[in-house]
Structures are given as C-alpha cells and as structure tokens.
Design a protein. Structure first.
Length: 94
C-alpha cells in the first residue's frame, strides 16, 4: 500500500511519527494495481519523473556504491510492483 501525503499536512511539518509508527489511515483509494506486470511510479509527480529509467538507475547506483565506503544506505525504490493500492489520506490517526 502506498499512502501519498504532502508534508504540509502534518503539524509543524513533523512526519517522522508516521514513518516508523503504527497508525490507522482513513482515506480514498486512487489507484489499484492488481497485476504483477503493472506498477505505481513513486516519482510520478516530481521533476525526476521526466528522466528515463536508465538514467535514474545510473544515478541511484551511485548511492548504492556508497555502502562500500561504510555508509549504510537503504535500497532506493522508484516504483512499487503490483498487486498494490495507492491511498490519499483524509486522516492519519496515531
């Protein structure tokens, strides 16, 4: 499940409590992908969506290489493969 949130919707811009916490979401489903050959692009509403996938893969490969020098970087995902749903929250309850 992908929950699409704008940072401006959080009190004082503090989204950290939602990132790692347990919570309930009341929202509207805006996209449903039921097939494993379909995906939801996480960069769709950003300037990075204009780049080709190959260009982005090369850019993010540089971040992955930082792990070799001792920096612990998580895997960077730019799309979520189905089945999945995308939700726009009306309320997030912590």
């Amino acid at each position: 499940m992908i929950v699409t949130c704008d940072i401006n919707y959080f009190v004082n811009g503090n989204s950290n409590r939602v990132i790692d916490g347990k919570y309930k979401v009341l929202g509207k489903v805006v996209n449903c992908v039921s097939e494993s050959n379909e995906s939801i692009n996480l960069l769709r509403s950003t300037a990075l969506s204009k780049f080709k996938k190959e260009t982005l893969d090369g850019l993010f490969a540089g971040f992955s290489a930082m792990g070799e020098s001792g920096l612990n970087m998580p895997e960077i995902k730019t799309e979520i493969i189905g089945p999945c749903i995308q939700i726009i929250p009306i309320g997030i309850f912590i």
